[in-house]
Write a protein that binds this ligand. Sequence first.
Ligand code: NAP
Length: 275
Amino acid sequence: MVKILDGKKLSLTLKEELKSKFDSIKQHLKLAIIMPICDDASIAYLNSRERLCKEFNIELCVYKFDGNETTEELVELVKKLNLDDSIQGIMIDRPFPKQVNEDKVYEFLDYRKDIDGCSLISCGKLFQAQDCLVSSTAVGVMTLLKYYNIDLVGKNVVIVNRSKIVGIPLMHLLLKENSTVTICHSKTKNLARICSKADIIITAIGKAKYFTKEYVNAKTTIIDVGINYDENNKICGDVDQEVYEIVDSYSPVPGGVGPVTNIALLLNLLKTFEI
Ligand code: NAP
C-alpha cells in the first residue's frame, strides 16, 4: 500500500513535544522577519508563522519592504537586528527584488541568529559538516524523512533544485546521512530518466504538477517541496496526483513538507541558544 508522509500529523506531534521545551525557557523570545517583497504568497506565509509564534509566545517583529529597497537599506537593518540583544532569530524571506545583492545581505547576517542558515558562516559550517543553523525547509524535509523511517543510507537521492534554502543544504544533510546524492536543475538533461532510477526524489521547482508517472518507479519515495497554484487557484505541489498511485510513498501538498517547515523554524529558534 502507498504510504503517505503526513506532515500535518507530524507537525502536531512535534508541536506537543516542543511546548515543554519552550515553556522551560524563561526568556521572552523575539523573532525578526524581514520581508523584502510583500506579495500574497509572502503574506500568507507570514500569517501562518504569526499563528504558530502566538501559540509559543514568541513575539514577531516584521519589517516589510515594497520591493524597491536597496541592498544598503537591508544591510543596515540586518546590522541593527544583529546588535539587538532582545532578538534571538532573524529570518529574511525570499525572493529578494532584482536590484538587491542578496549575498551582500547574507554576508552581514549574524550566523548565531540566522534562522534560515544562509549567512556566510552558516554555509561554511554546513560545507564542513559542522553543527550549525540550517534552512528550515531542509530541516523540515529531513525531519519528515526520519519520522517516517525512510532509509537514507546508500540510497540514491535525486534533488531537483539547487537553491540556497532547499537543494544545497539538503545535499549536505543527506551526504551526512550517507545517501548518494544527485542534484538536478533547469539545465539538467534527461531529468525523467535520472529521476526514474532514484530511490528518493525531492522536488522543489515551483511548477504545478510537473512530475508525472515517467519520473518515478514503484519503489520511489517522492517528497514534494513545491508550492504552486493550479488552474482552479488551489494550492498544489510539483508532483502530479497520478504519481501517488504508483510510488512507494509520497508527501502531499498541502499537508506534507510545509507544516513541518514551520515547526523546523521553532527547532531552529531553539538551536540559536546552542550556537
Ligand atoms: P528557486 O530559488 O527559484 O529554485 C528553483 C529551482 O528549481 C532551481 O534550482 C531551478 O533551476 C530548478 N528548476 C526550475 N525549473 C526546472 C525544471 N523545469 N527542471 C528542473 N529544475 C528546474 O526556488 P526556491 O526558493 O528554492 O523554492 C522552490 C519551490 O519550493 C517553490 O515552489 C517554493 O514555493 C517552494 N518552497 C516550499 C517551502 C516549504 O516549506 N514547503 C519552502 C521554501 C520553498 P536553476 O537553478 O537552473 O534555475
